[in-house]
Every structure is written in C-alpha cells, then in structure tokens.
Ligand binder design. Structure first.
Ligand SMILES: Cc1ncc(COP(=O)(O)O)c(C=O)c1O
Length: 384
C-alpha cells in the first residue's frame, strides 16, 4: 500500500498523527464509560467534554448544540427524520435536491413512503442549487429543507447562506449535510445560518464511525433511538469516547489548518497543477463541477471514450474513485452527474481525484504521468 498514492480524500482521509496520538489513551488505559461516576468514567467524561468544546469551537456554536453520532449517515437521518417528525404538526413538506448524498436522498424517500412529501429540486450543470428554485418550492406545508454544503463528487459549493436566509424568512428548519465543507470552508454556523449540520470525522483526518449533528438551540428534534438518555436523550447509547476524542482533535487540527490557509496554499495549487498537467497532455477531457466555486481538493474529470472502471483498473499506483466511493463497483452513471445533465456516455468516464492535506507535488507528477499513459493506452486499444 505504501507505494500507492492516495488521492481519494472525499471518500475518506487518513488519520492525522496528532488525532491518533490523542485517541490512543482512550483505546487503552482510559477505557471508562463516560456515564460512570468512578474515576475511569470521570476521565472519559472529561475527554468527551473537551472534544465537545473542540467541535463547538470549529462550528462557532455552544457545546450543548453538539450531538455525537456514529457518522454523517446517522446525522443526516437524525436531522431530517427527527425534524420531520418533530414539526409534523405544522406540515409534511420537505425540500432537497437531486444531487444530495444517498444518506439524505434515501432518508427523504423513506419519509415519502410514510406520508411526507419531498420536492427534489434540480441542480444546474455544475451541480448547484438555485436559491430562487428553493423559494419557489416553499408551500404552506413546508417545514424543512436539506441542502449539502459542498458536493462529495464534483465539489461544487452551494449558496448556503442565501438558502439559509430564505429558510429563516419563511420560518423553516434548514439542515445541511456539511460533511465535505466543514473544516475547509467557512465553518461558523451563525455565519452560514444553518439550523442543523451533519459532520463526520473521517473526512477531516479523524477516525471512521464517529460524527456529530449540530442542532441550533430551539430546534425541535425527535430521537430515532431510545435508551440510556445520553446526548440529552436525542441520541442515546454509550459514547464512543476514543472516536469522540478523535473528532475533537480533528476539528482542532482543521482550525489550525484553516488559519494557515492549507487548502488555499497547498491543496488547491496541487489540484490545479494536476488538472493543468492532464489538460496539456490529453485531448477530450472535461471538468465536472463548478470551475471556481468548488472544493480546492476536488478534480472530477471525464476522459471521453475511456470507461472510468477500465481507467481505474489500469491505474496501478493511484487510488482514486469513480463518482462517489459508495458507487465504486457500479458502472451506471452517478446520480449527481445525471442530475447535472451530463450525457450518460460521458458520465460513465468520470474519475474523481480528491487531493488532501498529505499529497505532494511529486505525487501529482507521478499521478499525471500514469493517468496520461493509461488513458492513451486505453484509447489506442479501443481504436484497434
Ligand atoms: C456528503 C456526504 N454525506 C454523507 C456521507 C456519509 O458519511 P458517513 O460515512 O460518516 O456515514 C458522506 C460520505 O461518503 C458524504 O460525502
């Protein structure tokens, strides 16, 4: 694995060394249950409290507004289902978009089967939601809207603040799957105007299986589980102390990286260099996603005439992804690219490069050379 270059940071990120160091004691000596009152429990509870503050610091919110979950899939389910049920007396209409992650789309589909009505707004050719469409979709029965901060496949950043203003003006709850934007883009919940935000540690150099839902004070939410009353009863279950410590440390590290402008100074230039090297040596490649308003680590390209699964199989020293990681075994076009109106024959050639904090220019050179060579070889084969 050491000689494979990792460029799939939207699927997951490696654990940062400082995050691992922070977690280790809570996997060994400090194994207590944070609900226990003896010293083992108190040590665990102190660590959870510290992590809650670290997460809250990144989100510019109060620690009481953080609910720890098992990751963003659960946070999306809890936020959307929990609010849909809690506001059921006011209405049953939800608004989202066709380019959301399946954790949001499938939650809404399930609610639709239970009598809720979801409007799935189209996105533009870059994958962006139009705030005018959001305003036009509101009905007297709308209680909730959910729009992702940044798209996990094409990196396009939604106009979250404008959508939040619309939601506030109409008195409805605004949930955002903020997984890909938090820790890289503006992360202050008050600045963004979001009422509920899903985050997950493994996209920000923390461990898998731990995330959080930010819930603005005063937002009603029904729990999905019932049990021991942890997390104010909103998400009961014994706390994953080591994971929570890892999430807190990852949030701290992101704040430091944001101060140092790591994305702007390092990740963005690497991504642009990779794009430039590929574009200058290959014909017929097309960028998916917004040319400017997209995540600095994202490069989603169509290589016309080369099916993405064939390209991936040919790339021996590079780990990248076709569309979203969850779809990596499927040859059908990604729902995001379809939503953007990319023709099917082009969409099935899409490859997502996700650059991150630990990539280097040497790696970019190697990846560019291997991609150019493989695309040329596959195109030549298809002409034979
Ligand atoms: C935008 C988005 N939402 C939700 C998820 C699911 O997150 P988790 O793996 O923490 O459940 C992902 C991860 O693929 C994602 O990229």
């Amino acid at each position: 694995m050491n000689d494979i270059i990792y460029m799939d940071n939207h699927a997951t990120t490696p654990i940062a060394p400082e995050v691992f160091d922070a977690m280790l004691p809570y996997l060994t000596t400090h194994f207590g249950n944070a609900a226990s009152t003896h010293p083992f429990g108190v040590t665990a509870k102190d660590a959870v409290d510290k992590a809650r503050h670290q997460v809250a610091n990144l989100l510019g919110c109060s620690p009481e507004e953080i609910v720890f979950t098992s990751g963003a899939t659960e946070s999306d389910n809890l936020g959307i289902r929990g609010a849909a049920y809690a506001y059921r007396d006011k209405g049953n209409h939800i608004i989202t978009s066709t380019a959301e992650h399946h954790a949001v789309l499938d939650t809404c589909h399930a609610l639709d089967k239970e009598g809720f009505e979801t409007t799935y707004l189209p996105v533009d050719r870059y994958g962006m939601v139009n705030p005018d469409d959001v305003a036009a979709a509101i009905t007297p029965k709308t209680t909730l809207m959910s729009f992702m901060y940044a798209n996990n496949e094409v990196g396009t950043i939604n106009p979250i603040r404008v959508i939040a203003e619309i939601a506030t003006k109409h008195g409805m709850v605004f949930h955002s799957d903020a997984v890909q934007g938090i820790g890289k883009l503006e992360s202050d919940m008050d600045v963004l105007g979001i009422d509920m935000a899903s985050i997950t540690a493994h996209k920000i150099y923390g461990p898998k299986g731990i995330g959080a839902l930010y819930v603005r004070e005063g937002t009603r939410l029904d729990p999905l589980f019932y049990g021991g009353g942890q997390e104010l009863g909103i998400r009961p279950g014994t706390l994953n102390v080591a994971g929570i410590v890892g999430l807190g440390a990852a949030c701290d590290a992101c704040q430091a990286a944001m101060k140092l402008k790591t994305e702007e100074k390092s990740v963005g230039p690497l991504r642009d260099a990779l794009h430039q090297k590929l574009a200058s040596q290959l014909t017929d490649i097309h960028l998916n996603g917004h040319p400017e308003n997209r995540l600095l680590g994202n490069l989603n390209l169509n290589f016309a005439g080369v099916q993405s699964h064939a390209l991936l199989a040919g790339l021996k020293s590079v780990a990248v992804s076709t569309g979203s990681a969850c779809d990596s075994e499927s040859v059908t076009a990604s729902h995001v690219l379809v939503a953007m109106g990319i023709p099917n024959e082009l969409a099935v050639t899409a490859v997502r490069f996700g650059l991150g904090r630990f990539n280097t220019m040497d790696e970019v050179d190697i990846v560019a050379a291997e991609v150019v060579q493989t695309v040329n070889r596959l195109r030549a084969l298809s002409r034979e």
